[in-house]
Design a protein around this ligand. Structure first.
Ligand code: PLP
Length: 411
């Protein structure tokens, strides 16, 4: 056979041009390459509890193993009924959470899959979605990939990283279809107070927006932080609440998540049909992990041992926050939930033009992998994210090394 004279170049599709996920981006790839060369890298780029010695509750593992023989086939597309029923029961005890039933629950291979299903089923080209800056970047990536337009609203570091209501209002347009709220927040660790959530709901009500409430860290709270589910304040609005087992149950690798639809579903029949269609095309979520949902949600919640007084996660949050603030020119708002800190580099002290380069230089010099602020769609090169999962002594050492590195750093 003859060959065309010029070879075809396989580039990524145009759709990918705005899709970014720097948490596993080029700096992380360099870290992997360095590991292959024999370097020992402290990887503080992903919120992956298991790799830092956080074991899953025994019952989850035992139940999954016990269910392996009966998990060989596909399940129904939205997920097995006992797991979805367990999700219903979980929210029945949340005061004010709107009533929903098994039919309103979709299980997914992690919240990640449900986020991409949502944006694919919802968005027409050019539809706008309000997404926080900084954000968990999958929301922005999934919106772009679905043809939508991510519009970032600012969270205000001076106000404990609460969303700026003024900024949200200023960014609403005729094309705004939905608003994403990540609470407790990744990457800032903020837990939003009722007054802020109420104002967000008020805006959603006024402009008839779909609320997308990513609450995967709702049980990872420090000190006296209280989590308020957005759906409880918006029973009259369509709201999707996302959560899963990756964080509070330390089984990120099993890929188990759920989303629940609440509010007046009669206005979303087409969208829900789209979600069901997409749930069918992915066949079903990982079946053994679906069994884990039921057992995880019932009974004692061991996460509170880790976040409460003398809990390992609390001590690590304390260490990271204290040590970061001790570095000259670095300041960090105290994270009240989740597994991260998002410190600021004072631009009067550090002239950083390229925060990706900063993270690469830190990686090469200190063998520590962190993620630059712009990787979370933060508009300035003056932040980075620290994962607070390593032991307090490890964090102390890593942040001291970071401080030494910064003390002589120039770009
Ligand atoms: N949402 C937020 C805010 C996250 O931080 C993460 C993971 O880090 C996810 C969603 C996705 O989690 P998973 O797909 O493991 O459920």
């Amino acid at each position: 056979p003859t060959r065309r004279t010029t070879r075809r170049i396989f580039d990524q599709s145009e759709k990918m041009k705005d899709v970014l996920y720097e948490i596993r981006g080029p700096v992380a790839a360099e870290a992997e390459r360095m590991e292959l060369d024999g370097h020992n890298i402290l990887k503080l780029n992903t919120g992956n509890p298991a790799v830092f010695g956080f074991d899953a509750p025994d019952v989850i593992m035992r139940d999954m193993i016990a269910n392996l023989p009966t998990s060989q086939g596909y399940s129904t597309s939205k997920g097995i009924i006992p797991a979805r029923r367990a999700v219903v029961t979980r929210y029945e005890v949340v005061p004010g959470f709107p009533h929903f039933d098994v039919d309103d629950v979709f299980l997914g291979n992690g919240v990640s899959e449900l986020i991409t299903m949502t944006t694919q089923a919802l968005l027409n080209d050019g539809d706008e979605v309000l997404i926080p800056a900084p954000d968990y970047p999958l929301w922005t990536a999934a919106t772009s990939l679905a043809g939508g337009k991510p519009v970032h609203y600012l969270c205000d570091e001076e106000d404990d990283w609460n969303p700026s209501i003024e900024d949200i209002k200023s960014k609403i347009s005729e094309k705004t279809k939905a608003i994403v709220v990540i609470n407790p927040n990744n990457p800032t660790g903020a837990v939003y107070p009722r007054r802020v959530l109420e104002q967000i709901v008020e805006i959603a009500r006024e402009h008839d927006l779909l609320i997308l409430a990513d609450e995967i860290y709702d049980r990872i709270l420090y000190d006296d932080a209280e989590h308020i589910s957005l759906a409880t304040l918006a029973p009259d609005l369509l709201c999707i609440t996302y959560n899963g087992l990756s964080k509070a149950y330390r089984v990120a690798g099993y890929r188990a998540g759920w989303m629940v639809l609440t509010g007046p579903k009669q206005y979303a029949r087409g969208f829900i049909e789209g979600l069901e269609l997409l749930a069918g095309t992915r066949l079903c979520p990982n079946v053994p992990a679906q069994h884990a949902i039921q057992v995880a949600l019932g009974g004692r919640q061991s996460i509170y041992d880790l976040t409460g007084e003398h809990g390992r996660l609390l001590e690590q949050r304390n260490m990271a926050w204290t040590k970061l603030n001790e570095i000259p020119g670095v300041s960090c708002v105290k994270p009240m939930g989740a597994l991260y800190a998002f410190p600021k580099l004072d631009p009067n002290v550090y002239e950083i033009h390229d925060d990706t380069q900063l993270m690469l230089d830190l990686l090469r010099a200190e063998k520590i992998l962190m993620v630059q602020g712009t990787g979370f769609n933060w508009p300035h090169h003056d932040h980075f994210r620290v994962v607070t999962l390593p032991w307090a002594s490890q964090l102390e050492n890593a942040i001291e090394r970071l401080g030494n590195f910064l003390s002589t750093y120039k770009q």
